[in-house]
Write a protein that binds this ligand. Structure first.
Ligand SMILES: Nc1ncnc2c1ncn2[C@@H]1O[C@H](COP(=O)(O)OP(=O)(O)O)[C@@H](O)[C@H]1O
Ligand SMILES: Cc1ncc(COP(=O)(O)OP(=O)(O)O)c(N)n1
Length: 267
């Protein structure tokens, strides 16, 4: 069985973070493992508290996995602070895993900083260059590049500009625009568009986590990048369309094993 590792924070409500990643890996038939960076007290309405884990235990979790198990892909999500970024970069430089899908999580839907603003530079210099793919939303793209991105044309230019910062490829997600939900991939050579019908729903908690871990799962199974994004986009479309009205805020995406067959996502 193929394996995938998520390095991310815990979401107590189970909709985002490590929990969303592991549910996605499992639904897509990949054996999931986790390295926890922080614990959030979170529900569908807000993040009320965060406790960060020490660099020592983050390094310990990474070493424990890599010294024993073959890792077929990695997804990186919430990092919280600079020390976590530095220790993760340092350990991954030792094990040199491939592929690495980096979702540069910065702020929760409710406005809580999931990455301390002072840690942005470390993210840019330490982790972006070792990523196979980064998957920022529009706000994260703006934070990484330092200028606003609000149209499809600007998303295309932004994806190219992000690749100049070091990752091999960049997927700029258009989930927060109006109209069709279009994401733009620059793979270092070509631009690709991935379009999905916009679902009118408030149950979009964990969409970014689900998409990036689905890409990591498909890459663990050996799919080339653009094909992995195509299949992951199909998965997130269904996960949002069948999102769950759990809690009083933004409910989570739905993960259902039976959607996924050898032939792909069941319609
Ligand atoms: N209402 C929606 N209908 C269909 N697709 C959506 C919707 N909202 C987000 N998406 C898709 O979900 C994925 C995650 O995007 P986004 O919500 O922008 O990320 P994030 O959770 O990081 O803010 C993207 O593929 C985006 O196009
Ligand atoms: C622990 C944790 N990690 C990441 C996120 C952000 O998840 P995302 O998929 O971007 O979803 P929303 O925050 O937009 O709902 C998180 N909330 N918690």
């Amino acid at each position: 069985m193929k394996t995938a590792l998520t390095i991310a924070g815990s979401d107590s409500s189970g909709g985002a973070g490590i929990q969303a990643d592991l549910k996605t890996f499992s639904a897509l038939g990949v054996y999931g493992m986790s390295v926890l960076t922080a614990v959030t007290a979170q529900n569908t309405q807000e993040v009320s508290d965060v406790e960060e884990l020490s660099p020592k235990i983050i390094a310990g979790q990474i070493d424990a996995i890599f010294q024993d198990i073959d890792v077929d892909s990695i997804k990186i999500g919430m990092l919280s602070n600079e020390q976590a970024i530095r220790v993760i970069a340092e350990r991954l430089n030792v094990y040199r895993p491939y592929p690495v899908v980096l979702d540069p999580v910065m702020v929760s839907k409710s406005g809580y900083d999931l990455l301390r603003p002072a840690a942005k530079n470390a993210l840019l210099t330490e982790l972006l260059p070792m990523a196979t793919l980064i998957t920022p939303n529009l706000k994260e793209t703006e934070a990484l590049l330092g200028y606003p991105v609000t149209t499809l044309r600007e998303m295309e230019e932004a994806a190219k500009a992000l690749v100049h910062l070091g990752p091999r490829a960049a997927l700029v997600k258009g989930g927060h625009l109006e109209g069709e939900a279009v994401d733009v991939l620059f793979d270092g050579t070509d631009l690709h568009h991935f379009s999905g019908e916009r679902v009118q729903t408030k149950n979009t908690h964990g969409t970014g986590c689900t998409l990036s871990s689905a890409i990591a799962a498909f890459m663990a199974k050996g799919r080339p990048l653009a094909e992995a994004v195509t299949e992951a986009k199909c998965y997130i479309q269904r996960a949002i369309a069948e999102g769950l009205s759990i809690g009083h805020g933004h409910g989570p995406t739905h993960h259902f094993h039976e959607w996924y067959t050898k032939e792909g996502i069941k319609k």
